[in-house]
Design a protein around this ligand. Structure first.
Ligand code: ADP
Ligand code: MG
Length: 219
């Protein structure tokens, strides 16, 4: 079993993210319609489509490292997504790019880049766990990856644990009142609805784990 992941994984993750966000566009729009302004699915779909265009641009050299891939995602999401999620996701990928400074990433590296992503989201949005935001997905995801790394697991296992924790974290937003973002204007009317950003975060992390597992099975 491969202990590390590299640029091929990161590139595959981005492609799969664009596909998954496209597939789940309406679901994310509906979630954001319920407790926001209904643009989250549209915003992310536009952003990841723009990332693919840059990735496939024949006039620019393909990214050589995991950090290069994340930097491309960060700058593109920041300039195309808009809303709250654009800068939040952009900062997450930018911090992750800085954390992923080597050619490959092992399980501890996965935990490092997820910690960096959480740090970026929190630095920008000032949300805590329980505020009904994407932080409720990313924080347990980073912790789960760290636990796998500390236990001697592989990068792929760390990503799968992160994805599972992110999904549970997204589900945990259902009964919450929002304390950050547009949904916070709704008070108790947000109860019973999933936070769209937490849902998209879980989706992206699931695709990250899928990409690592499919790279492994191809070996
Ligand atoms: P907007 O709210 O500007 O329409 P989006 O709909 O694209 O932007 O994104 C909404 C998501 O952004 C929310 O579901 C939530 O997860 C996330 N979000 C909003 N504000 C914050 C914040 N301060 N910290 C962390 N995440 C936030
Ligand atoms: Mg919105």
């Amino acid at each position: 079993m491969a202990d590390v992941i590299g640029v091929a994984w990161a590139t595959q993750w981005v492609r799969a993210s664009a596909a998954a966000v496209g597939e789940h566009r309406m679901e994310l729009i509906d979630l954001d319609r319920a407790i926001g302004d209904g643009d989250h699915g549209e915003n992310l779909d536009r952003g990841f489509k723009a990332v693919l265009v840059k990735l496939d641009n024949p006039d620019t050299a393909p990214p050589e490292t995991v950090g290069d891939v994340f930097k491309l995602v960060a700058t593109t999401l920041m300039s195309t997504v808009g809303g709250a999620a654009g800068p939040l996701y952009g900062t997450a990928y930018l911090r992750a790019a800085k954390a992923a400074d080597g050619a490959t990433v092992d399980a501890a590296g996965v935990a490092d880049l997820l910690d960096a992503a959480v740090g970026g989201i929190v630095a920008r949005g000032k949300a805590e766990v329980g505020d009904k935001t994407m932080v409720d997905a990313w924080t347990p995801a980073a912790a789960a990856a760290r636990e796998v790394a500390d236990g001697g697991g592989t990068a792929t296992q760390a990503l799968r644990a992160a994805a599972t924790a992110a999904r549970t974290g997204a589900e945990s937003t259902d009964p919450l009142v929002a304390r950050k973002g547009r949904a916070s204007y709704l008070g108790e009317r947000a109860i019973g609805h999933r936070d769209p950003g937490a849902q998209s975060s879980a989706l992206l992390l699931e695709v990250a784990a899928d990409a690592a597992e499919s790279a492994e099975s191809a070996q």
